[in-house]
Design a protein around this ligand. Structure first.
Ligand SMILES: *[C@@H]1O[C@H](CO)[C@@H](O)[C@H](O)[C@H]1NC(C)=O
Length: 387
């Protein structure tokens, strides 16, 4: 009996340690990462947990339950049987990230410093467990870097002719096609989409137009007009590394209204409207949650179909209706970000005051919409600006 027990102990002690790999270890945020666990006991239940800190220092996390197969192997493309997502979602670990329990309220994940990556630590835990509860036994871990910018993309602060922005320039002599990048009424200067577009070979200008200290007037007032946006578009056209008749516009939320406005100025070649208005299903209201109430406001109930119609009409009257494509994503929310970004159902948002705003959407269809829309937007730019 003693001999048998000794033999068993010997066996378990010499079992090779489980291994967790991620490939690639360094990637752009819109590139998939595949994660693989191996050297596990056959059919062993495990939990995969991803954790990272935002630039503000908030912890974001996700987890999923997998079962190793007969050979002691599992992949993130296998079905998850529980946790932050279920079913076959190869990038679920990334898009299902949420602020860790006990963190600040109303967070939205946005990269502030594009010159550093998000470092995602992925750990393999024994059993089907919830990482925020109980005893955890970590079997292996790996870190993956997620970048918004490719190596050698140049980042240039723009403060000229009153224009406030950041220009992202791809490596190489060019000339390149270019994009004017407009975010919504959250204001400020955000570079993470432009830096990703520059990584795909577009000179890209992130333009601040509201809520930035270098713009004229108080930060809570809209002080720029059409001439400001025209000047920004002109800046791109006149840039020595830009093909002057290959400049497009990308916009989200209020930025898509601006994109349309600029695009229908005669002589301006339009890019794609990134579709992202409020979904009628939510009545499009700004919801105020009592503990964080600062002021009370409602947005008018936008109907996205009606807006599509208006956009189409406006493009038609400018003789550009052939450039209109409508993409519809049931189940997606308002904030269509680059692929694999966590979906944010609600977050702190304020034009005049900060309130919790409900953006809508369900995580899996929202993630699918982000991936599909991004690829279609890139295809559209390739077709209309590159050729
Ligand atoms: C286990 O999964 C790996 C990776 O998909 C595969 O190569 C291997 O053949 C599988 N083993 C069995 C017994 O199905």
């Amino acid at each position: 009996r003693i001999r048998i027990r000794l033999l068993l102990r010997w066996k378990s002690n010499t079992r090779p340690a489980p291994v967790l790999t991620a490939a690639p270890l360094r990637s752009l945020v819109d590139e998939p990462v595949s994660i693989r666990g191996h050297l596990l006991p056959p059919r062993c239940p495990v939990t995969l947990c991803a954790r990272m800190h935002s630039d503000e220092g908030d912890l974001w996390e996700s987890f999923a339950h997998y079962n190793a197969n007969e050979s002691g192997v599992f992949l993130t493309s296998d079905p998850s049987v529980g946790g932050s997502y279920v079913g076959c979602q190869p990038m679920g670990l990334f898009w299902s990230m949420q602020p860790a329990p006990g963190g600040r309220e109303g967070l939205r994940l946005r990269k502030k410093n594009v010159e550093a990556p998000f470092t995602v630590r992925i750990s393999l835990l024994e059993g089907h467990v919830s990482p925020s509860r109980g005893q955890l036994n970590e079997l292996a871990a790996v870190s993956a870097e997620r970048w918004y910018v490719a190596p050698e993309v140049k980042r240039i602060d723009i403060r000229q002719n009153g224009i406030v922005g950041t220009l992202l320039v791809p490596p190489g002599p060019g000339p390149f096609p270019a994009l004017l990048d407009l975010w919504g009424m959250g204001g400020g200067l955000l570079e993470y989409r432009s830096s990703l577009l520059a990584s795909k070979g577009y000179v890209s200008l992130s333009l601040a137009y509201f809520g930035h200290k270098d713009l004229p007037g108080p930060p809570d007032r809209f002080t720029v007009g059409d001439s400001y946006f025209k000047a920004a578009f002109q800046l791109l056209q006149d840039h020595p590394q830009v093909v002057s008749d290959r400049v497009g516009i990308i916009g989200l939320s209020f930025g898509s209204y601006l994109a349309l406005r600029i695009a229908t100025i005669p002589g301006v070649k339009v890019g794609l409207k990134a579709h992202a208005y409020f979904k009628p299903i939510l009545s499009s209201r700004i919801l105020i949650l009592p503990p964080t109430t600062i002021c009370y406001t409602y947005f008018p109930a936008f109907n996205s179909c009606f807006l599509d119609y208006q956009i189409e009409e406006r493009l038609r009257s400018a003789g550009k209706s052939h450039l209109f494509t409508r993409l519809s994503y049931p189940g997606a929310g308002h904030l269509i970000e680059p692929p694999y970004s966590p979906s944010v159902r609600s977050s702190m948002f304020g034009v005049c005051c900060a309130v919790i705003t409900l953006w809508g959407g369900h995580p899996a269809p929202h993630a699918a919409a982000q991936e599909d829309a991004w690829n279609k937007i890139l295809d559209y730019f390739e077709e209309n600006l590159r050729s």
